[in-house]
Design a protein around this ligand. Sequence first.
Ligand code: 6PG
Length: 244
Amino acid sequence: MERPSNVFVFETPEQLALAAVERLVDYSNELRDTTEGFSVALAGGNTPRRVYELLATERFKNRVEWSQVHLFFGDERCVPPEHPDSNYAMAYEALISKVPIPAKNVHRMIGESNPNEGALEYENELRTFFAGLTWPRFDLVLLGMGEDGHTASLFPDSAALKEMSRWVVATRNEQSRQERITLTVPVFNHARRTMVLVTGKKKAQRLKEVLRRQPGSGQLPVQAITPINGMLEWLVDADAASLL
Ligand code: 6PG
């Protein structure tokens, strides 16, 4: 299979994380003076953790104008913010607690209340931040991909995946029975730039299917990520790319 030109393969997860951070830092500086700050929707899960840790190191953190950065979340698990499953907790520990970002620039999803209320509250927060826009326009979205092809908390066959008017919805991971809050497909597809980070042999088969986009095959959630007027890049490690 010929590898699409927006798929970048790195020998190791560490090299992938470094490349993601370099892109993020450069991009934040390019956009800093041209937009209302630099808005990023963070991914949860394990893969992005190293990206956040690297970004918080001396090597990178001084290259970012943190007062201009706004951190959002692509999805959240419905747990309190200090819970080990919380995406906010992971980002806080790896990044937010280590960089001089103003507290008001960190836009956390409220995972500890009723999921529908948490989703509505986050949608209102986004509508305030992206005032006047039909859809939010994140400068950068980071995403991961699960072994089943899910991304953010958009799971296969879920109603959330088909949502075309709300910006944020409550949903559930049917495997773990965990309640979630997630941004919707149109929100992701209005971003300026999106990076999907995929590592590990276990995801190799799914990645191959996703990138092959066989006609007639059911659409996997991550295949719904098709930016309308933005750039989509896949950053994958050699293990995940081993079947491409
Ligand atoms: C989450 C996510 C989710 C994640 C994938 C990949 O909150 O779990 O945002 O979509 O990105 O499940 O997760 P890993 O990187 O842990 O494999």
